[in-house]
Design a protein around this ligand. Structure first.
Ligand code: SF4
Ligand code: SF4
Length: 56
């Protein structure tokens, strides 16, 4: 799974996710829809704040 720590809500990850797996979790923070996520990790590369981490 992908953990989100220190998200700034810029939504750059959402722009690159082809599977619509980025969900805005209120208050400018995102979470990942694990059912939709295909583990391509494009979001991790795209995050300017290093806020996304692979946990498995
Ligand atoms: S790993 Fe890929 S599919 Fe999963 S949320 Fe990130 S960009 Fe979307
Ligand atoms: S790219 Fe990073 S900082 Fe921007 S919304 Fe996504 S996780 Fe948050």
């Amino acid at each position: 799974m992908i953990a989100v720590i220190g998200c700034k809500g810029c939504m750059k990850c959402d722009e690159v996710c082809k599977y619509n797996a980025i969900i805005r979790n209120g208050n400018k923070v995102v979470r990942i829809d694990e059912d939709k996520c295909k583990k391509c990790y494009e979001c991790i590369k795209a995050c300017p704040y290093g806020a996304l981490f692979v946990l498995d």
